[in-house]
Design a protein around this ligand. Structure first.
Ligand SMILES: [Zn+2]
Length: 388
């Protein structure tokens, strides 16, 4: 089919505009002629293509049309089920998957495809709310989802499972898998700050931090995997970083970034964990974030910008305690002077190692912030005992 593009008119354009309006990508009042592919339509098509990982050309060819067609489904408008060999796809499937993920069910990735994993997660949900666990999402299941509402997700099986896994795995770090995610990389340097003839980039500095952290954790018997090398060809999207951590069966996921702000006075460290404004939170992620934040503040003197709940892909799609640390502002002269000092970066790394170790201490045996001597950690953890 010939792509529908800027300047075209007709019923197909009206349909495209209706779908884009339903996705909030187009304001219905923006242009009076509903059957005209105007500049606003093109902008909306580009935004849509970008959000779906399609090539962004602002035209509606067959690929973009299929994606738009799938996007018109609103959750509840049709019954969803696991169809073979041609699975159901659509925005409604994505909404359902995100909803299930938020409640802690394992649907894998919110990829808008109603596959076997989604079907199993639905069946598990159905079982837990007393419905016939047939794995398909019809009116009864939709009602149950609505009834439970976003606020009441007290059970949160995934996070209870996380806490259980941590409790059962014991205090030793030996044999744990930690995935360290140095942010940005490749074509995306992150924050860039020129400094005389030098040029500091977030991507380089966080990769250095990640390598140091890798060394320290590996010395404690931890299996460590980085999400990228020092100079990758391209920048891995956050969704892929999360999926990588899942596929490696990581016990802990730590993403490292530096912050930046137009105001050079902005400074300090902040740590983020999964959570929504409705009070849905990953309990273990929140605990890890608190430990990382407190250890870094205590050991480095960076200003405490506290911990915060976010629903970022990186935190939402990872199935283990996951945090993102913004280790200071590269745009702050004070923070930058510290960050470019390798000894300072070692202190940050010690703080994170101590936090990961404390994550595995039973809460009643936890130790005060700043008290773990990371250099003695190996002996302690291999002996399987707890520091006092
Ligand atoms: Zn960043």
């Amino acid at each position: 089919m010939r792509p529908i593009r800027s300047g075209d008119r007709g019923p197909a354009v009206t349909e495209i505009r209706t779908i884009l309006t339903g996705l909030d990508l187009l304001t219905s009042t923006a242009s009076p002629a509903v059957d005209e592919f105007d500049l606003d339509t093109e902008r909306a098509v580009r935004a849509f293509q970008q959000s779906r990982g399609l090539s962004v050309d602002g035209r509606v060819g067959s690929e973009t049309w299929c994606a738009l067609d799938a996007a018109r489904w609103r959750l509840g408008a049709r019954t969803l089920y696991h169809a073979v060999p041609e699975p159901l796809t659509g925005e409604d499937v994505r909404s359902l998957q995100e909803r299930l993920l938020e409640m802690g069910y394992d649907v894998g990735r919110a990829d808008a495809i109603y596959g076997i994993r989604t079907s199993r997660a639905v069946a598990q949900f159905q079982r837990e709310v007393g419905l016939t666990p047939d794995g398909s999402c019809g009116p009864h299941t939709m009602n149950a989802l609505r009834r439970i509402g976003r606020k009441v997700v007290g059970g949160r099986p995934q996070w209870l499972r996380e806490s259980d896994a941590i409790r059962q795995s014991g205090p030793a770090l030996v044999g744990k898998t930690v995935v360290i995610d140095p942010g940005h990389g490749g074509t995306d340097p992150g924050m860039v700050v020129p400094d005389g003839p030098l040029r500091w980039t977030e991507a380089d500095l966080v990769h250095d931090l990640a390598s140091r952290l890798e060394g320290r954790l590996a010395a404690s018997g931890v299996r460590v995997q980085l999400t990228r090398g020092p100079a990758p060809d391209s920048c891995l999207p956050d969704t892929d970083r999360a999926l990588l951590a899942n596929s490696l069966g990581a016990d802990v996921f730590i993403s490292l970034h530096l912050d930046g702000h137009a105001n050079p006075d902005a400074e300090g460290v902040a740590t983020y964990h999964y959570g929504t404004n409705n009070g849905v939170t990953s309990a273990t992620g929140e605990r890890l974030a608190g430990l990382v934040q407190r250890e870094i503040v205590a050991r480095t003197g960076l200003r405490d910008c506290r911990t915060h709940a976010k629903t970022w892909d990186l935190l939402r799609l990872t199935r283990m305690p996951a945090v993102r640390v913004e280790v200071g502002y590269l745009t702050s002269p004070a923070d930058r002077a510290r960050l470019i000092d390798p000894r300072f970066r070692d202190r940050v790394v010690e703080a994170i190692v101590a936090a990961v170790q404390r994550m595995y201490f039973p809460i009643e045996l936890d130790v005060p912030t700043g008290s773990i001597d990371v250099s003695e950690l190996r002996a302690v953890v291999t002996a399987g005992t707890v520091v006092d």
